[in-house]
Design a protein around this ligand. Sequence first.
Ligand SMILES: Cc1cc2nc3c(=O)[nH]c(=O)nc-3n(C[C@H](O)[C@H](O)[C@H](O)COP(=O)(O)OP(=O)(O)OC[C@H]3O[C@@H](n4cnc5c(N)ncnc54)[C@H](O)[C@@H]3O)c2cc1C
Length: 301
Amino acid sequence: MQQDAIIIGGGFAGLSAAYILARARRHVTIIDSRTPRNRFASHSHGVLALDGKSGLDILSDARKQLAAYPTVTFVEGEAHAAEGEIDDFHVSVNGHGTIAARRLLLASGIEDRLPDIPGLAERWGKTVLHCPYCHGYEIGGGPIGVLATHPMSAHQATVVADWGDVTLFTNGMPEPDEATLALLERRNVTLQPGAVLVIEAGTCDRQRVRLENGRTFDVKALFVAADLHIRGPFAEALGCRLEETPAGKIIATDAFKATSVAGVYAAGDIARAFGNITLSSADGVMAGLGVHQSLMFTAHP
Ligand SMILES: Cc1cc2nc3c(=O)[nH]c(=O)nc-3n(C[C@H](O)[C@H](O)[C@H](O)COP(=O)(O)OP(=O)(O)OC[C@H]3O[C@@H](n4cnc5c(N)ncnc54)[C@H](O)[C@@H]3O)c2cc1C
C-alpha cells in the first residue's frame, strides 16, 4: 500500500515528524537503522525534563509510544536508494524491498568523522566530546583540552574556557591570527603547538595527550570538532540543494523543512548546522506539519 510519507531515519527529528503525522491519522513508514549520532554517550543533557537520560532510551520510549498509533509502520533496516517525484517516491531498504509513498522526509542525520589519532575514537562520547553545552557541566572544571581540527577550533577553545582551564592543541593547524591570539589570551586559553601522537590513559581517570615532541598533558576531557557528513546518498540522488555552513554541508530547507525538490523534506542535523536533540525534535515537528499541509493542499494533476 502506498504510504502518505516515508521517513528515512528514526532519530529525534524523524520520530518527532512521525508523531505529528500519526496524530493526523496519516500512514507513515519510518525506516531506521538504529544508530543515532549520540549512541556513543551513555547520558544526554540539555533536554528539558529528561536530564541525564540516554539518547537511546529516549528514542526507545518514543518508538513505544508511536507504536500505539495504527497508521505507523516501523522498518528496522538501512535504506540505500530513494527515487521518484511528488506523490510517487520509492525507497529501497536492505532486506525489505521497496516502499512507496507520496512524500519523503530525510532525517538520517550526520556522521562525525574524527581525526585519525589512536585513542580518540574509543573515547568519543565519553571523555572525547563534541559540545560543552551537552557534556561540559559534568567535567566539573579543571584541565580540558581542545584539539584543533578546523579554522573554528580556536573559537571553540574560547567557548570551552567557561568549563575549565583550556589547552588548545594546534596539531599542525596554522597559528591563529593576532586578534584570535589576543582573544585566546583574554580567555586564559594556553596554546600548545606540535602534532598529537596518541590519546592514552593518564593518572586519576584523566586522558593523556601525547605530542610527537614527547610532551604529555593530562586532561579531564578533550573537545574535538569532527568532520561532519550527511548520512546516505538520498539528498544528492534526488537533486536536493545543499548549503555550505561553518559546520559543513547541510540540506537547504525552508521554514517548513521543504527541500528544493517538491515533496521531499529534510529535518534534524542533516538540515541544520550545530543541532542537538531539542532542535532536531523541533525541526521534525515542523517537517511533520509541512508534510501534512502539503498532503492536504498540494493540487494533484
Ligand atoms: C557523542 C555525542 C553526544 C551527544 N550528546 C547530546 C546531548 O547530550 N544532548 C543533545 O541535545 N544533543 C547531543 N548530541 C547531538 C545529537 O545526538 C544530535 O543533534 C541528534 O541526534 C540529531 O538528531 P537527528 O534525528 O537529526 O539524527 P540522529 O539522532 O542521528 O538519527 C538519525 C537516524 O537515522 C538513521 N539512519 C541513518 N542512515 C540511515 C539509512 N540509510 N537508512 C535508515 N536509517 C538511517 C540512524 O540509524 C539514526 O537512527 C550528541 C552528539 C554526539 C555526537
